[in-house]
Design a protein around this ligand. Structure first.
Ligand SMILES: C[S@@+](CC[C@H](N)C(=O)[O-])C[C@H]1O[C@@H](n2cnc3c(N)ncnc32)[C@H](O)[C@@H]1O
Length: 251
């Protein structure tokens, strides 16, 4: 009899932001497969289990291993940071498992929403999520998506904004967004959201590059109506226009 593969989103970092279901699954499986940094985040939950700790960019290998282990009759969890269906392990595991073994995807809090919460309420209206990693996606396609999202006045969430070997993409992305957006547009940069060392910066499109941005950062660029109110970024949902609400009458 075959086992099962759980693809588990462990959330952005700390235990408070991991779902109850994710904890439950991690406690019950026989084997855990994941990238070293994420294994470290859940170390206390998985004591005594068989752990397969693999490097970054070894996604196909991890997915293959999980299928092999499930075919041996074991229950295995493949872990992803945030949500496994957002630039995570869910897709490749489903592609390789086909109908050989059952797969269950356990959702998690993705960086976009964890980061939005740290900044205020920037995602109150339509938003686009774009990864600036051109490892698996051609750069021309990423540029087209950046322009379409800025033309459509969408709030833009940028994952994978910069790495040691990829420093130019965030600069080009900013330039493209500036074709259609004011330089004073609010921008939030959050590094290590919901981990012990969370760093939050609220800035503008004009100034964003003078702050630290790396692979542990997610960037949120507001739309034309986004503002900064008492140190928080807020994109209005539109209640003011619809219900004749004014701030003077707020309570
Ligand atoms: C390969 S993607 C993985 C996304 C993940 N599956 C999710 O749903 O959040 C990696 C990118 O996610 C973002 N990210 C993940 N965790 C984060 C955190 N705790 N704080 C800020 N950004 C984070 C960063 O932009 C990072 O470069």
């Amino acid at each position: 009899m075959s086992g099962i593969i759980y693809v588990v989103g462990i959330g952005p970092g700390d235990r408070d932001h991991m779902t109850f279901k994710a904890c439950e699954v991690l406690k019950k499986v026989d084997v855990i497969i994941g990238y070293g940094t994420y294994i470290e985040l859940i170390e206390d939950l998985i004591e005594g289990k068989e752990i397969i700790n693999s490097g970054m960019t070894k996604e196909i290998e991890r997915a293959r291993q999980s299928v092999k282990i499930a075919l041996e009759g074991k229950e295995v969890a493949v872990i992803s940071s945030g949500d496994p269906g957002v630039y995570g392990m869910a897709g490749i595991v489903l592609e390789l498992a086909q109908d050989l073994v059952p797969v269950e995807i356990i959702p998690g809090v993705t960086a976009a929403t964890a980061v939005a919460a740290a900044l205020g309420a920037p995602l109150m209206h339509d938003f686009a999520v774009i990864s600036l990693s051109d490892l698996l996606t051609p750069w021309h396609k990423i540029m087209t998506r950046l322009e379409a999202a800025s033309l459509g006045d969408m709030v833009i969430v940028l994952y994978n904004p910069k790495s040691r070997g990829r420093i130019k993409n965030i600069e080009t992305a900013r330039e493209i967004i500036l074709w259609h957006r004011d330089p004073q547009t609010p921008v939030g940069l959050v590094r290590n959201a919901k981990r012990g060392d969370e760093e939050v910066v609220i800035t503008t499109l004009k100034d964003m590059l003078s702050h630290q941005i790396d692979m542990l950062t997610t960037v949120i660029v507001g739309n034309s109506e986004t503002s900064i109110e008492k140190g928080k970024i807020i994109t209005p949902r539109g209640y003011q226009k619809k219900q004749n609400y004014s701030k003077a009458q707020e309570v």
